[in-house]
Design a protein around this ligand. Sequence first.
Ligand code: SAM
Length: 291
Amino acid sequence: MSQLSNMKTVREILSRYGFTFSKKLGQNFIVNPSVCPRIAEEGGAGPDTGVLEIGPGIGVLTWELAARAKKVVAIELDQRLLPVLDETLSEFSNVTVLHADVLKLQLEELLRREFPEMEVVVCANLPYYITSPILMRLLEARLPVKAITVMVQKEAAVRICAAPGERNAGALSAAVRYYAQPRVLFSVSRGSFLPAPEVDSAVIRLDIRPEPAVSPPDEALFFRVIRAGFSQRRKTLANSLSSGLAMEKGRIGAALEQARISSGARAEELTLEDFCRLAEAIFAMKEAEKV
Ligand code: SAM
């Protein structure tokens, strides 16, 4: 285990570099020594694995990943952290730090270039402001990645990992479940970070499915149906779908019937198979109208 990730060392390094935290970049660094080894272990970093890390900060998680993985590529947006990372990771020859905004990178090309013929996992203590965009970007691109293990705010962990039927199920959990099998690994209290955020966190792992969970005839329409279904939680499913998809209620009723879904059902009760049948029914209606 590295000696990096404790309050005293992190403070000492940051003060030596005159570093001040950027709230805008979601900078809350881990200062609990037991957290990073666990993320690295449970995230699947091993001697044959390549690891993509997003936001290494001063390198506390990067250190644990580099000690276990074949290769680590860490993407950091804050230029001020590059000399710090040079120092904290100096003992490793298997780490590449890239100065870039992860949301603007061509990740597919990067993975192909940096990890040829290697199994790849993603591990990160994510900056909270990009949790959903980065997860959806990683999932939608169908990147050749085995698993994504990330620290997120606890409330986000619950929303991302919610199963159909649970109160927190929503468009995000449905989309995640289409591409991956999600689970919460463990909770991390706010006191494990410097500065301490206002909420607790949790580490989640998404195991990427070799193929999406269902096969809708039109993926874009499938996701529109899901978003429309969850768009107005206080309305009935039929009403939300009708306004969200700009279709008359009678036609929505017919599609629900065709898909064997009760018009009184709530969106959070629907499984991916239900949404898929519903999207199929709506797709068939739209196709029939074309002729
Ligand atoms: N991994 C470190 C740790 O656990 O102590 C730092 C985690 S901190 C929550 C998030 C890190 O992501 C910060 O270092 C921040 O500068 C970086 N970051 C924020 N936005 C980013 C972006 N768009 N692309 C790459 N890195 C980003």
